[in-house]
Design a protein around this ligand. Structure first.
Ligand SMILES: *Cc1c(COP(=O)(O)O)cnc(C)c1O
Length: 409
């Protein structure tokens, strides 16, 4: 038997699509919280307060708004569990993550025969996947056309597809769902806490799922925020779904949501961690204290700085998200994306390539909202590019970045 030495994980510069760098205040809450069980009064109070703050973050009056223990895909599993075998679904995909969501949908909508025919990649007859090419956005027009043709019960889209860095048309999606009587489900894993919007402004969407590690910035694995309209919950109440733990109605009980109402005394669903509750609560306090609008403006401002800097290095940016830049390397470096990224990662500079074709480079700025942090990211990326033979004048490029920030200040 081997007992390994304690696990040391170094501090890196997390400059990818996620996770974002956790605020020290969140880590402090995590570490300073006393042990208390999952029915202790302050733990329960923390969950109820977090639920209320989460409604602010989402911009919603939906009672069924709470956190699902785990990562983004845990929240998505909860909302997508409303889909039952044989349900007609149209899902729009334009990159890695909506692609995985599409797979979840195909698994959930499959009949037993369809699942058995291809257990890890089923192709149920009731699901239509509309593939929008990598690098392009899902438009309202594409959604409208597909819903006109297929008239599904459910429609699905990612708001911000992190795989390709593209923003999809939320209003167009919601409007098309209303027009064609489909219930919309949206993955807002990448946009919640980064963009400024109220989900209640999109009434065609009945369920939303986000994650702890991106815009919400509560990595010490906490909660994936979800929100359901009463219409969605009614469907689950009438039909049920095939999960206890991610059941949209049952999971809500521990957050003090029972029989469609907020109640002062939550009911046990599972053993929530007092540490996770305290960390999540603090992350929400930080986000609301910063202000949704101010934060969204800061992301846009710093993304522009990064975008212009990589363009000055000869890169071609194909994304339009404000937390992430997805780019093609200039001519001479084409084909070296993976080597470049591996080199950066080996030195604790955590950027990424795309996870599906075509291979591009992704640089993120989650919680890196200062000129100093962006300057560090730009400088390290420039060094990596130059090491691989790129030709540009680093000093001139850095001066351009400095001028951008000086002008704004
Ligand atoms: C990151 C991401 C996910 C997956 O989140 P995990 O926390 O890795 O489970 C799903 N959808 C989108 C759009 C994402 O960006």
């Amino acid at each position: 038997m081997t007992i390994y030495p304690p696990l040391e994980i170094p501090e890196t510069l997390a400059a990818g699509p996620g996770p974002g760098n956790t605020d020290p205040r969140v880590l402090e809450r995590f570490a300073k919280t006393g042990v208390a069980d999952h029915m202790q009064k302050d733990v329960l109070r923390g969950m109820i307060e977090a639920k209320e703050m989460l409604r602010e973050v989402f911009g919603t009056k939906n009672t069924y708004t709470y956190g699902v223990g785990g990562t983004g895909f845990s929240g998505l599993d909860c909302v997508l569990s409303m889909i039952l075998p044989g349900d007609k679904v149209v899902a729009f995909t334009n990159g890695t993550f909506s692609g995985i969501d599409g797979l979840t949908i195909r698994m959930k909508a499959s009949t037993r025969e369809e699942l058995a025919a291809n257990p890890l990649n089923p192709k149920p007859a009731s699901v239509v996947i509309v593939e929008v090419p990598h690098g392009q956005s899902v438009t309202g027009d594409v959604v409208d056309k597909a819903l006109t043709k297929h008239k599904p019960m459910w429609a699905f889209m990612a708001h911000w597809e992190t795989g390709s860095g593209r923003i999809n048309d939320l209003k167009g999606f919601s409007d098309a769902c209303l027009k064609h009587g489909a219930m919309g489900i949206v993955d807002v894993v990448s946009s919640l806490g980064v963009a400024d919007y109220n989900i209640d402004d999109y009434p065609g969407v009945v369920a939303w799922a986000s994650c702890p590690q991106k815009g919400v910035l509560s990595l010490p694995l906490t909660y994936a925020p979800v929100s359901f309209t009463d219409k969605a919950i009614d469907v689950v109440r009438k039909r049920g779904c095939y999960t206890y733990v991610h059941n949209p109605i049952l999971e809500a009980r521990h957050w003090g949501i029972i029989d469609g109402k907020d109640v002062p005394t939550p009911a046990y669903h599972r053993t929530h961690s007092c540490y996770a509750v305290a960390a999540f609560h603090e992350a929400l306090r930080i986000l609301l204290g910063y202000g949704r609008r101010g934060k969204a403006a800061d992301y846009a401002y710093h993304e522009k700085a990064l975008r212009q800097a990589v363009q000055a290095m000869g890169c071609d940016v194909t994304s339009n998200m404000t937390s992430l830049v997805v780019l093609n390397l200039p001519g001479k470096l084409k084909g070296k994306e993976k080597d470049l990224v591996a080199g950066c990662r080996a030195h604790g500079f955590g950027i990424w390539t795309t996870l599906s074709e075509p291979v591009q480079v992704r640089i993120g700025i989650l919680n890196q909202l200062t000129p100093e942090a962006i300057t560090e990211i730009v400088s390290r990326f420039a060094d990596a590019m130059l090491d691989m033979g790129a030709e540009f004048d680093k000093q001139q490029m850095m001066n351009g970045l400095k001028a951008y920030y000086a002008k704004a200040a």
